[in-house]
Design a protein. Sequence first.
Length: 350
Amino acid sequence: MITEGLKGRDFINLRDFTREEIDTMIEVGLQLKADNTIRRRHDDILPLRTLFMMFFNPSLRTRNSFEAGIFQLGGHGHFLQPDATRLPTLEGEDQGYGSERISDVARVLSSMGDAIAIRILGDKVNWEYEKSQKIIKEFAKWAEVPVINMEDNKDHPCQGMADLMTLREMWGRDFTGRKVGVTWTWGSSPKKPIAPHHDFMYVASLFGADITFARPKEMRIDPEIEAAIKANVELYGGSYTVSEDMNDACEGADVVYAKNYVALDLLPPVTSKPQPEEMVKLFDKYKNWIADEKRMNLAKPTAQYMHCLPCERGAEVSDAVLDGKWGTACFHEAENRLHAQKGVMACIIP
Ligand code: CP
C-alpha cells in the first residue's frame, strides 16, 4: 500500500488530506483490525515510539484507543494532564510559573518523543470556537513531530475516521444510493460538541452518500464545513439536503446519526461570552427531538443508529434504540476508534 506523503504529517483536520490519503489510512486500519482478530503482532510498526497525549478535557474512548493502539504498534503512550504539568499557553496568556508557552512545550516534547496528541475544547477555551484549533495549530507550528487532534471545538478527525471505517464495513467503499440521516437532538446541557457532526457528514460526503441533515433553524453548523461537504458532493456525487424536521432525516435512512450539539450563535465569537441559559431555553423548544423507536421505525428495517458516544440516554436516544437492533453499529463505531487511529498512527508517525 502506498503511504508516501503521509509520514511526518500533522493530523489536525480531515480537510488537510485528499480522499485517497484518507482512504489509505482507512485501508491500513482495516488491515490491522483484520490481523488483530487472529492476534497477529504489529509491534514492529512503531517500535519504541512515544506518543504524548495531552488531555485538557475528559475522555474514555479517545484516551484508551490511543493508549492501546500505540502499544499494539510497539510504542508507548504518555497521558498528560495540562494542569498537572503546567498549563501550555499562547503568547500573551502566560501565568508565571503556573504555565509554559506552547512553543516551548512543543519543542521539549518533540525532543523526547515521536508524536503529540491534544484534546482541547469547550470550557477549556471559554467556549471560544476558533481558539481550540488555534492552540493545536500552535503546537504543530513548533513541534518537530506530528501533532494529532484528539478533538477541538470544530473538528474531531479521529472520530470521523472511525465513523468512516464503520460505514465502509457496512457498505463497502462506495456509498452511492445510501441515505445517511443526520440530525440534531435535544440534550439537557449546553455543552455537547458539534465537531462529531462536522466530521461524520464530511466523511459520508467523500464517498457519495445522500445526506439529509435535520436541525432546528437555530442549530446551524459551521459554514466552512458545510461548504466543504457541498464541495465533496459536487466532486464525488451523492447529495446534501437540509431540513427542519427530524423525521426527514430518519425516513428511509440506512443510518441515523443523531446527537445533541451546542448552538454556535450563542457562543463566542458570535456573542461576547457563552449564553448557557439561553441555550437550554432554546433546546427545550425541541424536547421531542430524540432518536426513539418511533423515529427509527421510519428508517429502513436494516437501519443502524450511530453516535460518537458518550450519549445522553433518554435525551438524544432511547434505551430501546441503543440497546436494541439499531444500536450495534454504535459500538462498532466506538471500537473502530482503536483500529482507525492505528491506521493513522502507522501512516503518519515516522
Ligand atoms: N467519542 C469520543 O471522543 O469519546 P471520548 O470523549 O470518551 O474520548
